[in-house]
Design a protein around this ligand. Structure first.
Ligand code: SF4
Length: 367
């Protein structure tokens, strides 16, 4: 599948610490909810369907902006980290219908065998410091918005770090084993604190009232393919304009990889458009690792192209599943793969394919 080549109008990277406002959607008035957004994920939720034609693009928007986001920077080939389980994978004891997520789509494009181990075999992977740090900072920023606007200070965020770290350890006891000792843990926590400091250089959360945080979005395309993803933050302006925000704890990508970095955001934009009939006005990636923001104002044409790409991708995945053949594809990203011991490229042996895993995977496309 090729997302590269899709028209990327309006994509900009900036080093500014405060994003220029989108008309009708400024940091002051972003979001409309007076009460803190519910912490329960909402499937297919949320965007008020205000009066605006489907696919409306912001008039006169300057192609720049700012926003936050979280998750390890697996998108930059020079500094990838093992991909952590998505929240849905970590939290879902009951297997729902399978769906394509941005992470798994990227996995298949990178290496079908890697995809198989994660999506079909669902093999456990050891936690990585980078991925867990992303989860921790992400959790702090999510809970920061539970506080009244005036209380969303850097000090408040720093005070949330320890309790969130305790909670993370309780839910994932294996994370403790990531550290060689107290000094290693201390340095890691200091890095997390510094990312929070960076966040406050980039945004002023006392002036934001997100419509949604950690929002589960699911939508079935006309082709019957189910898409699923978690949106870090959704800001909705009084005029209905929507900004999708994602926090990243890594560094911003080299310009050559910006289009790839935006794949996840376009994926969300496609889901929201198909759910609510309106293209989000802005997609915003906030890189806390270097204080840069990548923004893009999507248009219908590129989302249509992405939908076609995803259908082609599913064709490849389902063909591999039916043929029981997920071949491996080496790349420099293999250095960060957790499954080298099960990979022929590294002398490993591929285990039998679990039939129930294949059966479940094929539920991605409904009939
Ligand atoms: S190590 Fe093997 S399974 Fe992992 S990404 Fe590389 S080729 Fe794929």
């Amino acid at each position: 599948m090729s997302v590269a080549g899709v028209n990327v109008a309006g994509m900009t990277q900036t080093t500014q610490h405060q994003a220029p406002p989108v008309p009708g959607l400024t940091d002051r008035d972003a979001g409309t909810t007076a009460e803190p957004a519910p912490r329960v994920a909402l499937a297919g939720a949320v965007v008020p369907d205000h009066a605006s034609p489907a696919g409306a693009v912001l008039p006169g928007v300057s192609p720049d902006g700012i926003a936050p986001g979280v998750s390890p920077d697996v998108l930059t080939p020079d500094a990838p980290t093992p991909d952590a389980p998505t929240p849905e994978e970590a939290a879902a004891p009951v297997r729902r219908r399978a769906a394509i997520s941005p992470s798994r789509a990227k996995d298949f494009r990178q290496c079908p065998l890697l995809f198989r181990y994660r999506a079909v075999d669902r093999l456990p992977e050891p936690p990585s410091q980078a991925a867990v740090k992303g989860s921790l900072v992400h959790a702090v920023l999510e809970h920061l918005f539970d506080l009244p606007a005036a209380g969303r200070t850097e000090q408040a965020a720093q005070e949330l770090l320890d309790p969130q770290w305790q909670e993370l350890q309780a839910s994932r006891p294996d994370v403790v084993g990531m550290f060689a000792g107290p000094e290693d843990l201390g340095a890691w926590l200091a890095e997390a604190r510094s990312l929070l400091t960076q966040y406050f250089r980039m945004e002023n959360p006392t002036r934001l009232e997100p419509a949604e945080r950690e929002m589960l979005v699911e939508t079935e395309l006309a082709s019957g393919i189910l898409l699923r993803g978690y949106v870090d933050r959704l800001d909705v302006a009084p005029n209905g304009m929507v900004r999708v925000v994602d926090y990243k704890t890594g560094r911003s990508p080299n310009p050559r990889f910006q289009d790839e970095a935006l794949f996840q955001m376009r994926f969300y934009a496609l889901m929201l458009w198909r759910l609510h009939g309106r293209v989000p006005a802005r997609l915003q990636l906030v890189y806390l690792g270097d204080g840069r923001t990548l923004t893009h104002d999507p248009v219908e044409e590129e989302l249509v192209a992405l939908e076609r790409d995803l259908e082609g991708l599913w064709e490849s995945i389902s063909s591999a599943a039916r043929a029981r053949d997920f071949s491996y594809r080496t790349s420099k990203l293999c250095s960060w793969c957790s499954f080298q011991s099960l990979c022929p490229a590294f002398g490993g042996e591929v285990p039998p394919l679990p039939p129930e895993g294949v059966e479940h995977l094929l539920t991605v496309q409904g009939v």
